[in-house]
Design a protein around this ligand. Structure first.
Ligand code: NAD
Length: 497
């Protein structure tokens, strides 16, 4: 499976791809390129050209110049441009999905779903023209207080490899709709899909410099986060990098929201409905090959739920790589996960399903494939039960009571999501009220809130105050200016006026 074989009718280029920076409406690349290979078979997809320090500086200065004009464009007109962008996203959804699938290793349908979720955030952003009416109140006779939502200036988003389209789209539409300019630093592992987004933005008439891309890794992030003209940063990625970017940005007085890693618990109770539970658990830990911050990674079995666990193992064993499940991002991820499986067995876990035995898709034998893997009898202190593995590995921890299951989740350093599978409303409510994670699922394996309910976890899964989508995103990318006005006659003077 090479890019040349995949859907040339979609407009996918027949030559190797080039991921350059997009600065002030022009493509830029002064440093040498680095190869990017597809996770499916490690064949060459194209090259990424990291931005040089002077290119990062130029991108920020161009974004500042564009911001000073864009902020004066009325909200309704800004939203009109974004609505045109939405039409173009829908027109090119297959091309965007092929691109996201090829570079991240997920399946085409998973890639399509991520583009659609990105569009959902855009739809929330354009609805601001109707839903964000500000506030005004007469606080004393002849005296009003009002607030106006103001953009911040140059804003920056740094995204991870696992959602090349969706995570950028969590940030871009809300920030731009509010009147900011936005610079994306995509993952240096999946740099191509954001370039397609840039082309569509230009086609939609979004002015040059309002949206920019700077390609690269840590050096580029450091250049962005330390620049005096950058006012706000959002980061999505692993917890160690989230911590460092958060400290760097807030240390420079910038607003920062940094989403980190996860270790999500799925509590299964004996009264759970078997069909909904098995489908929910398997889809959660195998979707996107487990490379989702919302993926289930610990099944907490409360009491005797063996009939459900047996069905989970059987269903997961039927998953076909390349058809139902994609590949891991790179060879390093593959060897990290196979070592983790060996390590768990050494520590005493029982390997009930070994994804290393799953057949690789024909023609893709050189890819980074690992089938669903299930480790039973994982003890609470084991690495497979506590650390983020970020792959299709489900660790089963057995406990006797719901309170023990909740205690396990409370002790986790992560706090992204928790789900409970039960037919008891009382148990569902008991868990939802006591769990420490930011996003709770009841009979839902991947409890991603739909807009306008915002996305964000707790503990080491999120550093910063707001959530990244919905109204949390609006608060992150804007400030509220308070205006107090007096138009009263002197004769109406009172204690306040
Ligand atoms: P990562 O932390 O390695 O990289 C994220 C971004 O930071 C990339 O753009 C990368 O180029 C950049 N980067 C890498 N090292 C850096 C450094 N030392 N300094 C500054 N920038 C650096 O994460 P990843 O491997 O791309 O993505 C997987 C991780 O992201 C997982 O931990 C996953 O749970 C997490 N994730 C979290 C969410 C969420 O909403 N909480 C969503 C998606 C992914």
């Amino acid at each position: 499976m090479t890019q040349r074989e995949i859907a040339p009718s979609l407009g996918w280029p027949s030559s190797e791809l080039e991921a350059k920076s997009f600065i002030g409406g022009a493509w830029a690349s002064s440093l040498p390129g680095k190869n990017i290979c597809s996770p499916y078979n490690n064949s060459l997809l194209g090259k990424i050209f990291p931005a040089a320090p002077d290119e990062v500086d130029s991108a920020i200065k161009a974004a500042e110049a564009s911001f000073l004009k864009w902020r004066n464009v009325p909200l309704k007109e800004r939203c009109a441009r974004l609505l045109d962008f939405r039409q173009l996203l829908l027109r090119d959804i297959d091309l965007l999905s092929v691109s996201a699938a090829l570079e991240s290793g997920k399946t085409f349908s998973e890639a399509r779903a991520e583009v659609l979720k990105g569009i959902e955030v855009l739809e929330f952003a354009v609805a601001l023209e109707n839903s964000d009416q500000g506030g005004i109140m007469e606080v004393s006779r002849g005296v009003t207080c009002e607030y106006r939502r103001e953009p911040l200036g140059v804003t920056v988003g740094i995204s991870p490899f696992n959602f090349p389209a969706m995570v950028p789209m969590w940030m871009i539409p809300i920030s731009i709709a509010l009147g900011n300019s936005f610079i994306l630093k995509p993952s240096d592992k999946v740099p191509f899909t954001p370039c397609l987004l840039a082309g569509l933005m230009r086609e939609a008439g979004i002015p040059d410099g309002v949206f920019s891309i700077v390609q690269g890794g840590k050096d580029v992030v450091d250049g962005l986060v330390s620049h005096p003209l950058v006012r706000a940063v959002a980061f999505v990625g692993s917890s160690p990098v989230a911590t460092s970017v958060y400290q760097q940005a807030t240390g420079k007085g910038k607003r920062a929201l940094c989403l980190g890693g996860a270790k999500n618990h799925l509590i299964v109770t004996p009264d759970a409905e078997i069909g909904i539970t098995v489908d929910g658990v398997v889809a959660s830990f195998t979707g996107c090959a487990g490379q989702r911050c919302m993926a289930a990674s610990v099944l907490v079995a409360v009491g005797d739920v063996d009939r459900i666990i047996d069905a989970v193992v059987e269903t997961a064993s039927k998953i076909v790589l390349g058809r139902d499940m994609g590949a891991l991002i790179d060879r390093a991820a593959h060897s990290r996960l196979t070592s983790a499986l060996d390590g768990a067995v050494r520590e005493g876990a029982r390997l009930r399903l070994d994804g290393r035995c799953s057949p690789r898709p024909s023609g893709c034998e050189d890819g980074n494939w690992l089938g669903p893997s299930i480790l039973d009898n994982a003890a609470t202190g084991m690495s497979c039960a506590c650390d983020e593995l970020f792959g299709p590995v489900l660790s089963i921890v057995r406990v006797a009571t719901i309170d023990q299951a909740l205690e396990l989740e409370r002790q986790s350093r992560y706090g992204n999501a928790l789900s409970v599978f039960t037919t008891s409303g009382h148990v569902a409510r008991y868990v939802a009220e006591r769990a420490t994670s930011g996003m709770i699922g009841i009979n839902v394996g991947v409890p991603v809130p739909r807009e306008p309910f915002s996305f964000g976890g707790t503990k080491e899964s999120k550093f910063g105050v707001n959530d990244i989508t919905g109204w949390g995103g609006v608060e992150h990318w804007s400030s509220r200016k308070k205006i107090t006005t007096k138009w009263s006659a002197q004769s109406d003077k009172n204690w306040m006026s």
